[in-house]
Design a protein around this ligand. Structure first.
Ligand SMILES: Nc1ncnc2c1ncn2[C@@H]1O[C@H](COP(=O)(O)OP(=O)(O)OP(=O)(O)O)[C@@H](O)[C@H]1O
Length: 279
């Protein structure tokens, strides 16, 4: 098992012995600097995967490795240093009375020296463009600002993997876009791997890889273009495709030939232009 990767090896999980399996023989690997988007229906097991990844839960079958370490009760604190997680509702993640205390909390748990903490608070708030809010009370911030603080708290511990579990779901489209832009910048600057669980298909088109979950199994895995090209496979399990992808289908039905599965408006326009010049 390689360094700088998360590996699920034949993982099965159920919440209780008398309950059905929620994950069934799930295997995948997430490499360095990748952005992997996990999609799937409600209840398909996405959040359970996230919780297994940072040792909030443990599998009954199979094994999970983070950065070469097996996830277990013994390794859980080391695992959580490597894997940071941001959830949907920021209000449930605040523990401090000020932004500064809040960002410090995770580091205190990991026993970081005070000098380093002060430095990391500044650095991580700067990374999410919240450096002027150190003394604010978290409950006075907007939803987007709260999520920025939640992300800063995770960054302060300096993880290699960040999981955003529906972390932008409560924001408006503009707020969502801004947060994702910030996360991408931080990801690239700090060489992180990013795992996002989202229903926002436009966001999924920007990931480097997509994992499609269905009833606790990996249904499909590939680049966004590969996944959204396999529309029949997606509609079979009732999943939607991005707007641009649907638009491309309508155009093809009208006899327009497109060179590829467009993932955004820009690509669609380029393909239309090429198709027109070839006429
Ligand atoms: N704490 C729990 N106890 C028992 N069952 C649970 C628990 N949490 C989740 N489940 C069940 O496990 C299954 C998978 O849930 P999970 O939250 O992983 O799915 P999900 O794909 O993230 O769904 P959503 O998109 O709604 O968040 C569902 O059937 C859910 O009801």
């Amino acid at each position: 098992m390689g360094e700088r990767q998360v590996e699920f090896r034949n993982v099965s999980f159920r919440y209780q012995e008398d309950m059905p399996w929620v994950l069934k023989n799930v295997s995948f690997t997430i490499g360095p600097n990748e952005w992997v988007a996990i999609i799937g229906h409600n209840g398909s097991g996405k959040s359970t995967i996230a919780k297994l990844m940072n040792g909030l839960l443990f599998p009954q079958e199979g094994e999970i490795f983070v950065d070469g370490m097996k996830v277990s009760q013994e390794s859980v604190w080391d695992i959580r240093k490597e894997v940071g997680m941001v959830f949907q509702n920021p209000d449930n993640q605040f523990v401090g009375t000020t932004v500064r205390d809040d960002v410090a909390f995770g580091m205190e748990n990991h026993g970081m020296p005070r000098d380093l903490m002060v430095e990391r608070i500044k650095e991580s708030l700067k990374a999410v463009r919240m450096e002027d809010f150190e003394r604010y009370e978290p409950h006075r911030l907007s939803g987007g600002q709260k999520q920025r603080i939640a992300i800063a708290s995770v960054l302060a511990v300096s993880p290699k993997f960040i999981i955003l579990d529906e972390a932008t779901a409560m924001l408006d489209p503009k707020g969502r876009k801004e947060i994702m832009q910030t996360v991408r910048e931080v990801q690239q600057e700090r060489d992180l791997s990013l795992i996002t669980i989202t229903h926002d298909l436009q966001e999924v088109t920007q990931a480097s890889r997509v994992l499609v979950m269905n009833s606790g199994e990996v249904w499909m895995e590939g680049s966004p273009r590969e996944v959204f090209s396999s529309k029949d496979h997606l509609t079979e399990i009732g999943l939607d495709t991005p707007f641009v992808s649907k638009m491309a289908d309508h155009l093809k039905a009208e006899g327009v030939s497109l060179a590829r599965e467009p993932l955004n408006h820009q690509e669609l326009l380029e393909d239309l232009w090429t198709s027109r010049s070839n006429m």
